[in-house]
Design a protein around this ligand. Structure first.
Ligand SMILES: [Fe+2]
Length: 130
């Protein structure tokens, strides 16, 4: 089972989470068992807690943010990643409880993908209109 550039894998035993920088043919193993590929989930409801990262504008600044999600100890956004669709540029920002989960960017929406990771609910991608 080969890996692909920028895939995220998690160990279900210890929680180690790794990202593939350059792909290879081997299987990633941690704590004696294969690591699990993390597929970004998509928000379905329009109300309540949301996880999807959202590209937004304010005072001529462009940024990616996660709105309507707790930032408390025990439940918070751990990181946001922004990468170009060709996967040739990657930007990562970590957060801790009480931080504002925002990430300044210079891209337009057509250029990038964004994902975020919740410490409880895992990996989430942008909502698509398709
Ligand atoms: Fe969450």
């Amino acid at each position: 089972m080969s890996t692909e550039k920028l895939q995220l894998y998690k160990c279900e035993v210890c929680g180690n989470t790794v990202q593939v920088i350059l792909n290879g043919a081997g299987e990633l193993v941690c704590c004696g068992q294969p690591m699990i590929l993390q597929i970004p989930q998509r928000d379905k409801s329009e109300t309540g807690e949301k996880h999807a990262p959202k590209l937004d504008f304010r005072e001529n600044k462009k940024f990616v943010q996660v709105i309507s999600h707790p930032m408390q100890s025990g439940h918070y956004i751990q990181f946001i990643e922004v990468y170009t669709k060709d996967k040739n540029e990657l930007h990562l920002k970590y957060f801790k409880p009480d931080d504002i989960p925002e990430f300044d960017i210079t891209y337009t929406k057509d250029d990038i993908e964004a994902i975020e990771n919740c410490n409880i609910h895992g990996l989430w991608g942008e909502n698509k209109n398709d």
